[in-house]
Design a protein around this ligand. Sequence first.
Ligand code: SAH
Length: 257
Amino acid sequence: MSNKNKTIYDFDFSLIYEYFASLERQGPGSSEVTIKALSFIDNLTDRSHIADLGCGTGGQTMVLGQHAPGQITGLELSSDFIRIFNHNAAQVGLQDKVKGIVGSMDNLPFRKESLDLIWSEGAIYNIGFERGLKKWHEYLKTSGYIAVTEASWFTEERPSEIHDFWMLHYPEIDTIAAKVTHIQRAGYIPVATFILPEDCWTKHYFVPGMTAQKKLLAKYPGNKGVEEFIAAQRHEAALYDKYKEFYGYVFYIGKKI
Ligand code: SAH
């Protein structure tokens, strides 16, 4: 298998976690975009309960903690990420408001109809967009909100190189119009969609990634697994640069009917 055709599942998980743990965000995004998405949510009070699913080390969760009222639970599969998450929450003085727990977005540990807002940046793809939207619906109160980012096509057609890349890594990528239809069908009113600006990929994701790659290469000289993993990261960044007019991440905000 060439590196180009390796999916993230073909690499050593501990290596992947070590790499991503050193980044402030584990996917494209920015504080500005988190705050913009939050501006569409109008139901929050000090008694609200927010869940951030697939929260990683909590880059966006701490922004939510600083800008939204209520209690926030970050849920994440990796206990290493949750350790960093809770350390970060304490560092910014949010330990009484923002708590990280280990768990799966596939099997939420919350009561039915208990959440006012479900947040998930760059993570719903782990269980699939349609599946996630349907599964999470029953945990929200009526009129509660969902706010997620998801890889989406900007055009009906695109060059085969980038089409094939996504079909291999995440075939559920689709146009914004198709994603909005899924939101409606899963029982939400589509409230807003907006495309994440380019700097969410470059300045906030690929650039910090380059520094982390150099550190990893220096720490594991000659390690084939590390070299292949980094080659795959660089390939992803190069493809983004080449084809960014055809795809990106989109914020989707819906309100439970
Ligand atoms: N929201 C963060 C992290 C995005 S990366 C950010 O935007 O920076 C996706 C995260 O989902 C990873 O931290 C990964 O460990 C986590 N994840 C993958 N499968 C999961 C699952 N089934 N349940 C919870 N988290 C999961």
